[in-house]
Design a binder for this molecule. Sequence first.
Ligand code: MN
Length: 724
Amino acid sequence: MLRQYELVERVKTYEPGADEEALNRAYVFTMRAHGTQKRASGDPYFSHPVEVAGLLSEKRLDSASIITGLLHDTVEDTETTVEQIDQMFGTEVSGLVDGVTKLSQLELQSDRTKQAENFRKLVLAMSQDIRVLVVKLADRLHNMRTLHFIKSAEKRRRIARETMDIYVPLTERIGIRDWKEELEDLAFQELNPDARASIIKRLDFLRETGGDLIGRVRARLADLLSEGEVAAEVSGREKSPYSIWRKMQRQNVGFEQLSDIMAFRVVVEDIDDCYRALGLIHGAYSSVPGRFKDYISLPKPNGYRSLHTGVIGPENQRIEIQIRTREMHEIAELGVAAHWRYKDADGPASAPQTEGTQYKWLRELLEILENAAGPEDFLEHTKMEMFSDQVFVFTPKGDLFALPRGSTPVDFAYAVHTDIGDRCTAARINGRIMPLRTQLRNGDQVEVVTSKAQTPSPSWESFVVTGKARACIRRFVRSQQREQYLKLGREIVERIFAQAQYELTEKALKGVLKRFRAESVDDLYVAVGEGRHTGRDLLYAVYPGAREQLQPTRKGKAKSAPSDAPAGREDRAGSVPLRGLIPNMAVHYAKCCHPLPGDRIVGIVTTGKGVTIHTVDCPTLESFSDMPERWLDVGWEAGAEEHSSFVGRVKAVLSNEPGALAALTSVIGRDGGNITNLKFTDRSEDFFDLLVDVEVTDVRQLSNIVAALRASPLVNSVERAQSG
Ligand code: MN
């Protein structure tokens, strides 16, 4: 175990200004806090945080990270609180320790591999500061090194699986190569010990039969390069058992064919030399097609740069060669922590320009690294913004979902399945029933309560953020509205055709689809229902002769309204069934109150416009109260209803449920009213308000309709409209 002074000395070699006293205090604090706790190995527990701090110092992390390494388990495993650490070591360290503690409390609840990517993102999202993640990785590395001490095979396996799925890719992303390889190998050893043992055995055999193959190839490569006057350091090694295993699986080769096991590295002075070395190697040996990769001009997302090639080497063995500069090498070995050291080295060339990669966060991170002044500066300002636009939540079974930030249980429900979204009635977040509009937070466990009777509510659209949820809600609302408009439209069309005594056939309507730019007969009905066309438009299109049939000259018991709109009444001023008017005076029926025969009415003289007829209780009349000269005492002629039909307007509030609109229209139809116009004025979650213009003969007929509507269970309230 690393001794206290050794650790402090090591940190001071790369961070001369490190707070020695704080490091010492942290060392002593963790020792006391963990007290007599023991590891599974039987070692005192505090050896673990000390080893973690040691690993971090190998990667030259700043003293705040080292202190965090020392303290990282005190909050989780001892009586220590974050507040205490805050008081003793300051907010920077306590924030880091808190971050590591939270990460440790996450457990991959589902071992399904497809969850792994999301889980990695969750870890990243929760890391906030890259140092939290690096400390967590060092912690995992030491735990993996001591994994064999854990007795439960099932627990060992779970930890190894998690390491392979989550922490190996994370380590690779932040570019700490040797940690990544070690974690991978330790996990492989636990997960597939037989495969690993076989590969190692085969490697031993190859070594026995081939002697120091690696040494010989290395020497030949070194000679080749020095003859070509490229100063280079050449090293060689066997590939790791796990990478060989992966390759065997990918290429489906057996051990006997296994020859591609050596990797060589050529480290040169500058980028020019990289390409010169490559030229020399390709000149001397035949290259393996498809193996050349130029990660210098196109770096990997994690900033890795090198030339890779594969050749049939000096001993007729396939070998892999990586060529890179010293700077590239250090970055490959140390990961992000190495970047600040090269910030001035060769300018913008060291900023990777990988476009269209999913690792945008890393690019941003590297930009921060480029701009930071020094190690302390870099580490302090590396607040990782990665995945801050996402939120990660669990299903009750432990499956993990990534959603855009601001998502609600409804978004979640639709992300799980469209049916679940359509039927969700409530949500339990971390066990508590919460409103559907609640914004989810990282790590929330969300359970959606569904009901077969539930359908999507239009109001959900105001708070969902995912495109899928929005599209599903809209589709549903639209289809439901369409259904209602379709029924209404069909009813209007049927009635007008019957009125004009023409046959209504599907075929006839199909003939005019094009003219109305409709795709189908149903579309046509919907268009009428929505008021985009009138029933009359349709009738006249199909039977141009019908225009004559419905002329107002054909007086009779209603049903012969000349026009759909109340405004059309002006044309018939001559035949107004009113008494008390000056002859030939133009008459309008007020659109605010829609007077009907039977209503008590009054006329208001409007300069240049004639007389406007209001009902006596119309609120509009108030504005004429101080102008008695304009009031005209008028009344209906007896039998006025025989003269024509009139349009009354009712205001209705319907329950927002399927069939409500259809119920309204059939009640009106049953009482002989003809709907000529219909307009939604307000629409809320539970109700919608609408104005309906109904052609009737007199106020009694309208009163009957209003009474019948009031009796309908789906009609919430109804009254004559007093102002439009
Ligand atoms: Mn630990």
